[in-house]
Ligand binder design. Structure first.
Ligand SMILES: Cc1ncc(C[n+]2csc(CCOP(=O)(O)OP(=O)(O)O)c2C)c(N)n1
Length: 326
């Protein structure tokens, strides 16, 4: 088995992070229904392997741009769960100081450059960041994460083209959860497989199993290593599924419950857990300890968020433009 040669603690940490994301988001869904969270709230539930598998391959100088389904990414990059939950609740102690909410998490210290609500709008920003890295002759790479719906947006094509023309180290990571709100690729995309779109820009591309942590991590690791050497952009399409609605208000009439249940049989957390059990890395006791510790951490984060103050109105104009020395 591939895992026997791995760092076991690292794998347990990856598993723990996937469980944390799941429990954190289940709690966020409750807080939403209790009106502690307002506006939009998009959950990663079902897509945790794409988050942890991909981000676990990055180094300390690499940076990440993602869309509005961003809670898991912030947690996996190391943001404090209390500060993430506080942001969801619009509190001053949130990662974006309560000004961003669920869709606009931002944490410079942990290299999360957002959290963006405009579909595809962050792709040119990621390309710009990669251009800055190239211009300053730094050695980091940029990971840009988006859904398959974003590949139909003009900004996607401009970003892909510029990244290739300027030889920029951007990994375009498409988490294809098969629905853009209620539309399937067969309905809104000229080609049903997103990796094919990378061929138009002469970019190396691969489609991977987004429910399998190892499949995501190995492909992303290969891509990142190759980008560090070649400084050329690459494209990955992780085929996955979201178990919950698009956002919090979604009657889900565009898909059947049988289909959802079928995909839940390949729950990414269960898949990784079983694999770690087979390899003797995880047992029932450890699994229960992880669940308990994660529940406590989520409760701590929730308490912190609920007890935190709302932003003051007298500093409303602060952080609109960045200070030079910030
Ligand atoms: C430019 C733009 N058009 C439309 C919307 C409304 N909208 C929000 S999410 C979404 C679906 C995007 O689907 P996808 O990119 O596949 O990501 P997923 O939500 O599946 O993760 C749409 C159309 C938007 N936010 N921005």
């Amino acid at each position: 088995m591939a895992t026997t040669t791995e760092n076991k603690q690292q794998l347990l940490d990856n598993y723990r992070m996937m469980v944390l994301i799941r429990h954190f988001e289940e709690r966020a869904a409750q807080l939403y229904t209790q009106a502690h969270i307002g506006g939009y709230c998009h959950l990663n539930i079902g897509e945790e392997a794409t988050v942890v598998g991909a981000l676990s391959t990055l180094g300390p100088k690499d940076i990440v741009f993602t869309a509005y389904r961003d809670h898991g990414h912030a947690l996996a990059l190391g943001s404090d769960p209390g500060a993430v939950m506080a942001e969801l609740c619009g509190k001053a102690t949130g990662v974006s100081k309560g000004r961003g909410g669920s869709m606009h998490l931002f944490d410079l210290e942990h290299r999360l450059y957002g959290g963006y609500g405009i579909v595809g709008g962050h792709l040119p920003l990621a390309v710009g960041a990669a251009l800055a890295i190239q211009y300053r002759e730094e050695d980091g790479v940029v990971m840009c994460i988006f859904g398959e719906g974003a590949t139909n947006i003009g900004a996607f094509h401009e970003a892909m083209n510029m990244a290739k023309v300027y030889h920029l180290p951007v990994l375009f990571f498409c988490a294809n959860n098969q629905y853009a709100m209620g539309s399937m690729p067969e309905e809104d995309s000229a080609v049903p497989e997103m990796w094919m779109k990378a061929c138009a820009y002469d970019m190396a591309a691969e489609r991977i199993d987004g429910m399998d942590f190892f499949s995501v991590r190995e492909a992303t690791r290969r891509a990142v290593e190759r980008m560090r050497e070649t400084r050329e952009p690459m494209f990955l399409e992780a085929f996955t599924y979201r178990f919950r609605g698009h956002s919090m208000a979604d009657a889900g009439r565009y898909r059947s419950q049988d289909e959802v249940r079928e995909w839940q049989r390949r729950d990414p957390i269960q898949l990784l857990g079983r694999r770690l059990e087979e390899d003797g890395i995880l047992d029932t006791r450890t699994r229960e300890d992880i669940e308990k510790a994660v529940d406590e951490e989520v409760e701590r984060a929730t308490r912190f968020a609920l007890e935190s103050p709302s932003p003051e109105t007298d500093d409303l104009y602060q952080y609109v433009y960045t200070e030079e020395d910030e």
